[in-house]
Design a protein around this ligand. Structure first.
Ligand code: FES
Length: 80
């Protein structure tokens, strides 16, 4: 079963080479910030278009305030 408590926990930073070799890709969720995904990534948007990044880690906007959506541009920090 995926995500069962018996799944081994890997140390931070251990996933980059594993993602390249076809194993699990790490996604880091944050309550007040972007979703960090180990790259490279292809992101399919709601309209069906696809955007790509070959960075080793990308920050995907979860607040919808980014002017570079789906990429985070730190606009989530501007809340007053
Ligand atoms: S999460 Fe950073 S701009 Fe939306």
């Amino acid at each position: 079963m995926p995500n069962s408590p018996s799944d081994p926990v890997r140390p931070a930073g251990a996933g980059a080479s594993e993602a390249a070799s076809g194993e699990a890709r790490r996604v880091v969720m944050s309550r007040k910030g972007p979703m960090l995904v180990e790259g490279p990534v292809e992101v399919q948007l709601e309209d069906g278009s696809v955007v790509c990044s070959d960075r080793f880690q990308v920050a995907l906007c979860t607040c919808r305030r980014s002017r570079r959506y789906p990429w985070c541009d730190t606009s989530h920090r501007d809340r007053a």
